[in-house]
Design a protein around this ligand. Sequence first.
Ligand code: FMN
Length: 364
Amino acid sequence: MIGLFDAFARPLMSLIEAENAHRLAINALRLTPLPRPAEDDGRLAVRAFGLNFPNPVGMAAGFDKHAEVPDALMRLGFGFVEIGTVTPKPQPGNPRPRLFRLPPDEGVINRLGFNSEGADAVLRRLAARVDRGGIVGVNVGANKESADRIADYVRQIELFAPVASYFTCNISSPNTPGLRDLQQGRAFDELLSRVMDARSRMSRRAGVTPVLIKIAPDLSLSELDDVVGAARRHRVDGMVIGNTTILRPAWLKDRGTAHELGGLSGRPLFALATRMLAETYVRVEGAFPLVGVGGIDSGATALAKIRAGACVVQLYSSLVFRGLGLVGEIKAGLLEALVRGHHAGLAELVGMDAAAMTAEPWPE
Ligand SMILES: Cc1cc2nc3c(=O)[nH]c(=O)nc-3n(C[C@H](O)[C@H](O)[C@H](O)COP(=O)(O)O)c2cc1C
């Protein structure tokens, strides 16, 4: 089924305007009955954040913003799915066009700006599927016009606690003006304090739901020192590194599209995001696990993220260029690396290269 889709539908999708192609993909996943995938090899299983991942390859936030197809995505072989970003109230996001492909670079630029059907609609969908199991994380954000953005995170933690496997607080989208300021100083401290409080209050009813913080790859290293320090003080459960970048490497080939405003993802993000992951890993000193995301497009790049410090990984942009068969390819590549190195599990590889990576020249 996946092979058929990649062979016939994907080449046609590349001819369709990017956001329409995305809608088509969601509808196809919603309507196509997918067979149950073969069980993952036990050596790919990972335990992190108190959760048992059947494999470490997750669907990154932004593909299934409204929780329309989490179960279909797990049937494609993903070990977990992060839905969202969800905002409390519905909002349309930025005017279209707002999603652009850079085919020669295998990159994507988006300035969607948190288009969301809103928390109530998403909660209804998640509540209807909660008995099906699987790891479904809920990525939460703030409404553009909100007077108290931190309250938007708190409210959604209260709302989604009974149906979320974990939370990701997205304070790193470049497409909501001022949102990234929540990563700084007092604002970050207040966010963590109120969010972790909400999580504790809810744990009496819903059990302890892990809370992860998703950061930008564009933080300076001294900002990263502060972010990790505060995350450790407030005992967050993990961090996701990272979101899209507002930088534009000088070597991008698709110069015509590179000037579009928004966050860049995919292959051009890999080196920067992996370096930031390693920098985070050495600062966290094992206090909590990390999710590695940004530019994964093969078994080798997924393995590099793990060796840089990720317990589990996520991807999105490469699916646009490489197709759905990529998920299986990455899992096979990781398994091969385990066999080759005589490792019993991926945990043995986490962070192996982190210290060495931080001594390399900063990626261009
Ligand atoms: C079209 C698009 C929409 C995205 N929307 C979100 C989002 O709503 N929330 C979020 O935390 N990240 C969002 N992201 C960022 C991804 O989750 C991921 O962090 C980033 O794309 C890097 O991974 P990749 O190179 O594998 O795409 C989006 C990315 C893309 C390409």
